[in-house]
Design a protein around this ligand. Structure first.
Ligand SMILES: [Zn+2]
Length: 307
């Protein structure tokens, strides 16, 4: 349902951009499935399937279908399952590219997305690689593997998270630290879905849960981690806290955050990247920790609304 728009609101550039975004999305929703034409594998513009992709396509190999959109190649079993994925994937691609201030014209090769439907197929496949425990998606070296239940009405909000990993990998390579990769994916997904729903006339705001101060993971530990926490209860805190740190730093200085991210992806130590991205802002890790913890734990126990 579209909200009535008052005259004064029409003067607001943000309202216009939201309305335009809504129109673009509606247009995309109408046109993409029509354009979402199945093509034989050999007709795809990008056929560079990785080792895991090869393994995926070997499962019920005769049943896989293929298609592509501007930035992605899709491998799937049924078009009506894959077409909405393509709308969302392109939407999130745009959100991430904009957030990172990247020029999309440099994107040449396409990322491959494999869409499973049957849990049995997924179980058969899911034997290697880094399974993201939060979303159940699998992202390996620029390829994304997901499961979509054709019967489920609500498809969940994890695709934006996973597509963000793909785009980050494409722009920054494999060097992004785990906390930053997950934190940025959560941050983008929450912002992106709020925009997705706002564009459809719903009053959606990005929401995130404040971190329980008692469960705070010290930044030295969080930022040094190369694997997900072993303790399952800590996994949620790991994602949530990482997201809050990303949101905090991006809010301090967006361009600085991009420099910081680039430095980390290139292998800089955390404090070096911090001084490159935010010169003079935080004297050391302890100073950042105090400010970030204050921000991230504020209003713990209530859902907080973001700027
Ligand atoms: Zn993830």
């Amino acid at each position: 349902m579209t909200q009535p728009v008052s005259r004064s609101l029409l003067g607001d550039a943000r309202v216009w951009s939201l309305l335009l975004a809504g129109m673009t999305l509606r247009l995309a929703a109408q046109t993409v499935p029509g354009n979402f034409a199945e093509v034989p594998f050999h007709r795809l513009s990008d056929r560079s399937v990785g080792p895991l992709g090869t393994r995926a396509l070997a499962i019920r190999s005769d049943d896989w279908k293929h298609a592509e959109s501007a930035h992605f190649v899709y491998h799937f079993f049924q078009s009506f399952v894959a077409a909405p994925v393509s709308v969302e994937a392109e939407f999130f691609y745009t959100v991430v590219a904009k957030e990172l201030g990247r020029d999309t014209s440099q994107w040449e090769r396409k990322c491959h997305i494999y869409i499973f439907e049957k849990p049995a197929d997924w179980e058969q496949f899911k034997t290697a690689g880094q399974l993201d425990p939060w979303t159940g998606g699998l992202h390996v070296s620029g390829e994304l593997f997901i499961v979509r239940d054709p019967q489920a009405k609500w498809k969940g909000d994890t695709l934006g998270h996973e597509v963000t990993h793909l785009v980050l990998h494409r722009y920054f390579g494999p060097g992004i630290p785990l906390w930053l990769n997950e934190g940025f994916a959560e941050y983008t997904a929450s912002r992106g879905y709020a925009a997705f729903w706002r564009a459809r006339g719903y009053k959606a705001r990005p929401r995130a849960q404040a971190v329980d101060p008692a469960q705070w993971i010290p930044l030295a530990e969080l930022t040094a981690g190369t694997a997900y926490p072993v303790d399952v209860l800590k996994v949620g805190v790991f994602y949530n806290e990482s997201e809050r740190i990303v949101r905090f730093l991006s809010g301090v200085d967006k361009a600085g955050f991009q420099r910081f991210m680039e430095a980390l992806a290139q292998g800089n130590r955390f404090d070096t990247a911090l001084s490159k991205g935010f010169p003079g802002k935080f004297s050391d890790l302890a100073a950042l920790e105090r400010a970030a913890k204050d921000y991230a734990t504020r209003e713990h126990g209530t859902a907080i609304q973001d700027r």
